[in-house]
Design a binder for this molecule. Sequence first.
Ligand code: NDP
Length: 246
Amino acid sequence: MSKSKVVVITGASSGIGEATAKLLAKDGAKLVLGARRENRLKDIAKSIEKLGGEAAYQSTDVTDDDQVESLAKLAIEKFGRIDVWLNNAGIMPQSILSEKKITDWNNMIDINIKGTLYGIGAAIPYMDKQKSGHIINVSSVAGHTAHQGSAVYSATKFAVRAISESLRQEMVDAKNNVRVTVISPGAINTELLSSVTDPDVKANMEKFYESFGIPVDRVALTIKEAIDMAADAAWNEVIIRPTNQL
Ligand code: NDP
């Protein structure tokens, strides 16, 4: 159960991260929130406290390993352990390859892939000592298939799945009871489209999300259920797609 578990969430300032933090807090989890927009984190922590929950937060850019390590230390200082680490921070500036948007490519690689790796690197030493833990990595339906324009975003989300399966096997070998789950959402109404830099792609995606997008609570609930699974079993991969999304 998520009750009284210490849960670290990256990208906790909006969307899936924020919704998951609030849902878990209602169930008694202790939250440690990281993202770049500290004001947002402060407001979310306050609303969690109003619900009777406990939350710590720290401005964290997941492209900086020192900042990610520092988020893990905050969890240990405040709550003494890390039960769940949710690698959720991500951006999706899709575009066709021939536009050669190198800054977008690099940002996706740095945030979606390296940010996930830094989160794993920060959490595992503590989980190893505890002989328990749960790493949850957010991939995407785009991590199962690619289409024109999704090349680099899909590549980063395929990478998240590859990293997760390799980590899962490593954890089994280490006999440390660390579970690994990949959550792959479809179209969920969040602020994610604000990271799209190509105006035509953005307009098309807005139409797509208007037609198919579903509320973010659906993903938060999926993550909570993965956490609530009995400790001797794990949902290793979950796709949560709107019923009407192609
Ligand atoms: P949001 O844009 O609402 O949330 C993204 C979060 O990532 C924000 O909290 C943002 O916080 C954080 N973030 C971005 N860059 C960094 C960074 N460098 N360091 C730390 N945090 C960062 O979108 P979602 O909630 O939808 O996205 C969450 C995850 O879900 C992403 O990995 C995304 O790829 C994935 N996903 C979303 C889908 C959807 O349809 N919405 C579908 C499939 C997957 P801040 O700017 O404050 O740093």
